[in-house]
Design a protein around this ligand. Structure first.
Ligand code: AHM
Ligand code: MG
Length: 345
């Protein structure tokens, strides 16, 4: 069979989406939603790239729902994401890490899909030109999800909250876009993990990683070790053990931490190892948000053959109680996450 990949044709995201449609892995509606996310990512890549020369560095002057200072680019990226999604006419409910509450899509542009996203994760890195990313998840529409027939604002809000408070195991699509030395879009539609690298010359995402599998083991850990003194004993013992070379044939684990989940996770996916943001005495349930960060990343990790855990529970089994709920996250290579979990027992 002449695969388009082997005959020198560009295998773009669009080609890939059409192929998944033909294989009936996704339908055309999901393909439209993914295409709109890719368009948002292209725009954000360009904004991130030019931030230093277009007055887009620095603070926006407001704090988000979680009390964190929003960067100018946080705000712009959020608008770009929301507008691209809205314009598809396929979205019913949108929830962003940068918004206080999930919102419904009004009127003729309204559809059924539910999309959760963190438009620009790791934005504290932007002003130093360090990698950042967008994270997203798409949930299936269902009859009960429709918000456009409700008139009362409170009813709409309640329905929107209900729509997004779903377990990660119900995700239809999850992915991220890394804005770094290259722009890479990584996604799963529940049939493995694929990656596309943006080719600015043709303006398209090109299939560059047809089948991402996280190595079962990897001797790299990505934790903010400055918080060591605030961690519970199990996490301290775990990190101590990674540094104990006598346990690992004379070579301890390597520490790598960007402080940008997408970059740290991407490296973990490709090289193996573990990413962790434990609970600590200051962040009692961890720092990362279940809906916008932990669930999509855990779905990707599992689809790549790895794991996503809170230390004691599978992240994908958790049903959010609040939209901005935070949970501890440990994800990456299966054996590495299982080894971490053994310290919680
Ligand atoms: P953000 O969504 O406000 O950007 O915060 C999430 C980021 C992650 O990208 C990163 O892994 C983590 O926060 C870093 O936190 P810390 O600086 O506490 O290590
Ligand atoms: Mg974030």
């Amino acid at each position: 069979d002449a695969s388009p990949f082997t005959v020198g044709r560009l295998f773009t995201l669009t080609t890939w989406l059409l192929e998944q449609e033909k294989r009936e892995v996704i339908d055309s509606e999901v393909a439209i939603v993914i295409s709109s996310i890719a368009l948002a990512c292209k725009q954000i890549a360009s904004l991130v790239n030019r931030a230093g020369i277009s007055n887009l560095t620095g603070l926006a002057g407001a704090a988000n729902q979680s009390g964190e200072d929003q960067k100018k680019l946080d705000v712009v990226a959020n608008d770009v994401f929301a507008n691209c999604l809205r314009s598809t006419g396929r979205i019913g409910t949108l929830a962003s890490e940068e918004e206080d509450v999930p919102v419904s899509v009004e009127g003729s542009y309204s559809g059924d899909y539910i999309v959760v996203f963190d438009p620009l994760d790791g934005s504290s890195n932007i002003d130093a030109g360090i990698s950042v990313g967008s994270i997203f998840g798409v949930y299936d529409p269902s009859e009960e999800c429709r918000v456009d027939e409700l008139d009362d604002a409170e009813e709409v809000l309640n329905k929107c909250v209900l729509n997004v408070c779903k377990a990660g195991s119900e995700l239809l699509v999850a992915g991220y876009c890394l804005y770094s030395s290259s722009t890479v879009l990584v996604l799963t539609v529940g049939d493995g993990v694929v990656g596309f690298t943006f080719d600015a010359l043709v303006g398209e995402f090109i299939l560059s990683h047809p089948d991402i599998k996280v190595p079962d083991k990897g001797k790299i850990y990505a934790f903010n070790e400055g918080n060591y003194g605030r961690w519970e004993q199990g996490v301290k013992d775990y990190i101590d053990s990674l540094k104990d070379e006598s346990k690992w044939g004379g070579t301890p684990y390597s520490a790598r931490y960007i402080g940008s989940l997408v970059g740290d996770f991407h490296r973990t996916l490709l090289y193996g190892g573990i990413y962790g943001y434990p609970a600590d005495t200051k962040n009692k349930t961890g720092k990362l948000r279940l809906l916008y960060e932990c669930a999509p990343m855990s779905y990707l990790a599992e689809q790549a053959g790895g794991l996503g855990s809170t230390g004691t529970q599978r992240v994908l089994d958790l049903v959010p109680e609040k939209i901005h709920q935070r949970v501890p996250l440990f994800c990456g290579s299966k054996s590495e996450v299982e080894y971490l979990e053994s310290f919680f027992k």
